[in-house]
Design a protein around this ligand. Sequence first.
Ligand SMILES: Cc1ncc(COP(=O)(O)O)c(C=O)c1O
Length: 411
Amino acid sequence: MRENGGKAKLIEGVAPVDERASGRPPDAHGARGEVTVPFHVPFLDEEETRAVIAALRAGSLGGGGAYSRQVEAHLRAVLKSPAAFFVTSCTHALELALMALRIGRGDEVILPSFTFPSTATCVLRQGAIPVFADVASDTWIMGAEEVSRCLSAKTRATILVHYAGHPAPAKEIAARLPAGCLIIEDAAHAFGAMTDQGRPVGMLGDAGCFSFHATKNLTCGEGGALVLKDPEIAQRAERIREKGTNRSEFLRGEVDRYSWVSEGSSYVASDLLAAVLVEQLKKSPLIYERRRAIWHRYAQRLAPLAARGGLQLPILQPGVQSSYHIFAILVAPDRRDGLRQQLLRRGVETTSHYVPLHTSPYWRHATRNAQRPLPVTEHIGRSLLRLPIYPSLEPAQQDLVIDTLYELLSA
Ligand SMILES: Cc1ncc(COP(=O)(O)O)c(C=O)c1O
């Protein structure tokens, strides 16, 4: 039974679901019925459009312009970070971080297998070795015990993934690491999240990496940021980002010409994208508040169904502040994909999430299937279902998601 009397209301301007979020290519969408509740809708209005036009008119096209400086100043202020770099993606922020931190050939880097490939590809690009860890069955995040299990004499760093926007236990993990072992945060989901001690995510280790991709809470289409504490590492990152030159120092008037001074690549994002992000950052409190309310409404309304064993709900550690990027549930693995199809037939778009990296075709081939099993990650990979969560989600739409889950999972 459909809440609105069987009439599917098409939402205007519905963006197609990103293939990474849905796990299927965009051209596979034709087979589905009308979507009443899309999986994701970015929160954009006329201000972003006006900002891009203003940036175009001002000729602010390349990187390092006025809008990028505004973005970076904002990040430094809210994260209390001495250095912030607006870059082309979180993937590039991770690559830049590992280059600047000089993670190198043969170094081992511990990271969860339950993550996006970028958390691992940045390690491989340095000639280093990813060591895949399991996640905890309640938080779906890599814990300190598991990091301890993965340590070896070659461990050089660990990458924490703040899955869904919930802070990973950085302090507990740091306490288990040998001296000199680095912590990098993949905070792709977690801009605005905080620990129970009020410390901003991204500032819990040696480098913090954020995503402003189209599917994230705040977006400029494709974009990311790297925050760093150490001034020497920050100078290295700044030069690598600018093709191995000291162009940023030149733009600040610190040198009278710029030249090739280090290894490098091109991770500078266009000022046009920064113009969009400036507007998104202004909306950040509203976006956060709406996501928070929707997350807690799901948790509260679905609790009786969870108590009956129909599904497993996500948990929030006491005192932490999530960014509420994802609301996901766990259902029986043999039920998950069929449930997605049933929900879609009722107009509700949901998605699965990561295929665990240690079971992915690339890694299986690279290791000739010699990777140790990670049972919790494998179970979560098969049973996790993400529900729609975004600021413009109407209560009636959310009710439809909840009621349909009750209908399908009570049977
Ligand atoms: C945990 C994680 N890290 C990194 C990324 C890559 O982000 P970006 O698209 O900004 O490169 C993603 C993408 O969703 C992600 O989920």
